[in-house]
Write a protein that binds this ligand. Sequence first.
Ligand code: PBG
Length: 322
Amino acid sequence: MAFPTTRLRRLRTTPVLRNLVRETVLTRDDLIMPLFVCPGTNVRNPIKSMPGNYQLSVDQLVEECKRLYGIGIQAILLFGIPEHKDETGLVACEHNGIVQQATRALKKAVPDLYIIADICNCEYTTHGHCGTVVDGDVANDLTLVTLAKQCVSLANEGIDMVAPSDMMDGRVGAIRQELDKNGFHNLPIMAYSAKYASAFYGPFRDAAESAPQFGDRQTYQMDPANANEALREVALDIEEGADIVMVKPALSYLDVIQRVKTNFNMPIAAYNVSGEFSMVKAAAANGWIDEKRIVREILTSIKRAGSDIIITYHSQDIVKDL
Ligand code: PBG
């Protein structure tokens, strides 16, 4: 009988050995925590489908960010829920807009926290679409103007990075041009490059109150069936000046993350989105899975696939164990 000479089990025998040969190690430096800011004072509205997440008024956001920074969260991604919405989302560009207020308060209270702003019109438009609607569909080039304006407005308040999530063609270029024209050459752009029209965003749309009032987002977000097209999206964003490219959602798109990784020498972010988070929370609440182990496994897999940065609502839970 021939016995194996190569025994892969040999390196699995003790915890120390397993630590020594581990290929992917998650660290707190990888994480970005998304947060939702809303009008008012002393508001802390639990988001039902996303346990542990809240719509926070600026004062509460500041408290939450102090706590998060204290446990090791270094970067957040901010979403705004405005007091009023309008047809074209221009409320997102006002000096007293909700994210502008939040940025000013946070820069004062937690100056070392890195603040990234999600750039999109959907939270700010009455119809809930990601841009200016003309004849029942989002008009691409008109939307570029409002997006670039939103970026400059937030740059003026001291935002650290902008992350356009709208999926209009040419938005990275338009934003880069407008930022540079206003002296913000050093403000990085993290582009939601391969963003799919996904059912995994369901809980987020409740959190951000941004569900489209008619139709869906399939004329601008990508078809989940396509991966070659993702590479074209990424290539265009790089050409237009993106500093970081993103794949979103993460878990069902690990193949896309890996293909972006092997095709481009770029920092990659992956967004572990609301639906992915809520599925884990719901199963854990029923006692069907071990939440801690599952979360570590999921986030490690996203990193193993090639992502340098992970945007995840699990950040606040896992950071304590990293
Ligand atoms: C805004 C935006 C969305 C998400 C991030 N930015 C929603 C959407 O496109 O409908 C989803 C985030 C999540 O599900 O956690 N366009």
